[in-house]
Design a protein around this ligand. Sequence first.
Ligand code: CMP
Length: 153
Amino acid sequence: MERTFVMFKPDCVQRGLLGRILSRFDDKGLRPVAMKMIRVSPAMAKQHYAEHVSKPFYPGLEEFITASPVLACVFEGPEVVRVVREMLGATSGLKAAAGTIRGDFSSSRQMNLVHASDSPESAAREIGIYFTPAEIHAWEPSLSCWLQAPGEA
Ligand code: CMP
């Protein structure tokens, strides 16, 4: 069982798409174990996007991600890091395949609605920026015997 960090970005909240996009995570059977609405500070943005801070697009990215509240989440599931990245599609909504979240709802490279960790190591780092261990609540769905066959996970 793996965990990933997912952020529903300011454009997702402002466009009223939270419910529709969250429902895709429910439909897939991914388990939310932490969720909170926060306003990302410039310091948090620099920590989260440390690998992008020196890139030309970073000032615009920081302005965007701090402009309005976001919903920060942790999801749990088998191979959840890869599964969620595939659900999101390519970074740019213009390049993302139809049927993916970005492919269906975004036409922008920056305003691509949802962020998700790109590896289990990034997930651990990003979860640590936004959540304390006490804010993460593991739970077992009573339907798990209908989501996967025994021994599959
Ligand atoms: P995300 O998956 O959150 O990871 C880094 C973010 O930077 C990305 O989604 C986009 O929002 C943004 N981003 C990546 N590349 C570019 C780019 N070339 N121009 C503008 N924003 C970008």
